[in-house]
Design a protein around this ligand. Structure first.
Ligand SMILES: NC(=O)c1ccc[n+]([C@@H]2O[C@H](COP(=O)([O-])OP(=O)(O)OC[C@H]3O[C@@H](n4cnc5c(N)ncnc54)[C@H](OP(=O)(O)O)[C@@H]3O)[C@@H](O)[C@H]2O)c1
Length: 237
């Protein structure tokens, strides 16, 4: 099995961190996040390289990742998983403009700017860009701006997929509710429903299998989780 070069954004918590921990022993991984390098290194497995890039400043973050990859001598990548995300939960009319701006910047503008930079790093013909969307993209109460940002990623994945056909593969994965701190960070109390959420390690396994399969768009939620061996156990090779 070949060691692949893989970049994962939003790798300091939740699904991104679980994915990096899953991949690190078999592949060469670069993680990105908004935390300082010392804080990130306490979380990440040994050997995983880290680039600080705060996506609330989309252009600067994309440049920082491009620069960081060149500094560590990575001119080519096999996979880029753009996973970083944030959100605010509550009635849309109560959401502050600052919060709308941050969610759109991190989830859509930040991911979009990074996707553009990734084009020149992903290996021609075999490189694959994976955007982590959400089942919320079709509209979700309490998560209006978040849902809109994820709907934007759907459009982005389709447009890039057409533009880059034959050059870089583009994939959108839409996770369902997962047992991370994202909801708490967004101000949402999940209550008893949380017991039905997918564990981050299991979501990471589903994401790896889906990356290997390359299908787009692909929902990764509780139904797929309980129904299928086919979404587990396939590893990036
Ligand atoms: N959990 C779910 O139920 C669920 C469902 C569908 C889709 N998703 C999607 O899955 C992805 C991962 O979410 P998660 O549940 O793992 O959430 P999480 O535990 O909060 O992790 C999100 C990651 O994104 C990072 N991030 C947040 N703001 C950032 C910024 N300004 N710049 C750079 N990185 C930033 C976080 O950094 P910090 O560690 O510093 O906070 C963290 O590393 C997101 O795109 C989310 O929308 C999650």
């Amino acid at each position: 099995m070949a060691r692949r070069r893989i970049l994962v954004t939003g790798a300091t918590d939740g699904i991104g961190l679980a994915l990096v921990r899953r991949l690190a022993s078999r592949h060469d991984v670069v993680a990105t996040g908004r935390r300082d390098i010392a804080a990130a290194q306490r979380l990440l497995p040994e050997g995983v390289l880290y680039i600080k890039a705060d996506q609330s400043r989309p252009v600067e973050a994309a440049k920082a990742v491009g620069r960081g990859l060149l500094e560590i001598g990575w001119r080519e990548l096999d996979f880029a998983v753009l996973n970083a995300g944030t959100g605010w939960a509550g009635s849309p009319q109560d959401e502050a403009a600052k919060s709308v701006r941050e969610t759109v910047d991190v989830n859509l503008a930040g991911t979009g700017a990074l996707a553009h930079i990734m084009f020149s790093f992903l290996r021609p013909a075999s490189g694959q860009l994976t955007l982590i969307g959400s089942v919320a993209r079709s509209g979700s109460s309490q998560f209006a701006t978040y849902a809109a940002s994820k709907a934007g990623l759907y459009g982005l994945s389709r447009a890039l997929g057409q533009e880059w056909r034959g050059k870089v593969r583009v994939q959108l994965l839409d996770p369902g509710p997962t047992m991370t701190d994202m909801h708490e960070k967004a101000g949402l109390k999940t209550g008893w429903t949380r017991q039905w959420f997918i564990r981050p390690d299991d979501m990471a396994a589903m994401i790896e299998a889906a990356i290997r399969a390359g299908t787009t768009p692909k929902t990764l939620s509780f139904l797929q989780y309980v129904s299928g061996a086919s979404i587990f156990g396939r590893t990036i090779r």
